[in-house]
Design a protein around this ligand. Structure first.
Ligand code: ATR
Length: 272
């Protein structure tokens, strides 16, 4: 049976869990495909993509720092990728068209719902106003939260980001100091603070009774934000490993037309 080739491309890439995840998906769904890692030089993203496609590649996942370059490289964009302003999934169509999609937001929403968080009608707070947050706003707003607030260290960036999405729902942006006295049912950390072991300055009382906290980052230990949430009464303090598996499943669905089950992959990721 011919094997279709896929890959994840980034810099660095050695740590990527995507080959493990897609390998398990392929096995589970009986798809004849391979999935490899590609390290692209920082100035060599386009060349590496084109080479992989010329060698018969069918699609790629794109990770740090190339999601904006992938957005620029794609010939066509899905609606959600256009909104995200970034691409994490490339689909090489048979007619030569390179489609860019973004499955990060759908992955976050699926993981939240799978783990029992309620988004519809909830007061939702997103921390951060960078690419990671922009990428998940449209799918979150599609779930119809009562309100969505973006809070960021640089308040002006949060306000501008909210303005870009006002057509999709009730969304506002502010600085962290404006959070005093507010409380939320769902708080999602999309800052890169966790990566450096830091925590945005958050007021007491931010978590409503029964609130769910979600860090889009993950590590071998709970992140500072998860620890903060546990200490402040969160019903659940989740990390982003579930989102990783769900965004991968969403990419797999786009490439293969089959949605794999993420449950066994979640277990394998926790063990790895
Ligand atoms: P990404 O693609 O991961 O979103 P980014 O676009 O560089 O990366 O955005 C990083 C986000 O994390 C920003 O919202 C940044 O806040 P600023 O816009 O004020 O720079 C936020 N961030 C990074 N380190 C932080 C820290 N120590 N405390 C709070 N916010 C932090």
């Amino acid at each position: 049976m011919p094997t279709d080739r896929y890959a994840v491309i980034g810099n660095p890439i050695a740590h990527s869990k995507s080959p493990l995840i897609h390998g398990l998906f392929a096995e589970q769904t009986g798809q004849a495909m391979s999935y490899e890692r590609i390290l692209a030089p920082l100035d060599g993203f386009r060349d590496a993509v084109m080479r992989f496609r010329a060698e018969g590649g069918r699609g790629m996942n794109v990770t740090v720092p190339f999601k904006l370059e992938a957005f620029a490289l794609a010939h066509t964009l899905s609606e959600r990728a256009a909104r995200a302003g970034a691409v994490n999934t490339l689909i090489f169509h048979a007619d030569g068209v390179i489609e860019g999609d973004n499955t990060d937001g759908a992955g976050l929403v699926r993981d939240l719902l799978r783990q029992g968080a309620k988004i519809a009608g909830a007061r939702v707070l997103l921390l951060g106003a960078g690419g990671a947050v922009r990428g998940v706003l449209a799918p979150l707003l599609a779930e119809r939260p009562a309100r969505l607030v973006i809070a960021n260290r640089t308040a002006g960036k949060a306000a501008q980001l909210a303005l870009d999405f006002t057509d999709l729902g009730t969304i506002t942006g502010c600085g962290f100091d404006a959070l005093a006295g507010l409380s939320f049912d769902l708080v999602i950390n999309g800052t890169s603070a966790s990566l450096s072991g830091e925590l945005p300055p958050l007021p007491d009382g931010l978590l409503a009774p029964g609130a769910v906290a979600y860090d889009m980052a993950y590590g071998s230990e709970p992140t500072p934000f998860q620890r903060w949430a546990e200490a402040h009464g969160a019903k659940l303090a989740l990390d982003g490993l579930g989102m990783l598996a769900e965004q991968a499943a969403e990419s797999f669905l786009r490439w293969r037309g089959v949605r794999p089950s993420t449950a066994p992959v979640q277990v394998a990721l926790r063990k790895a």
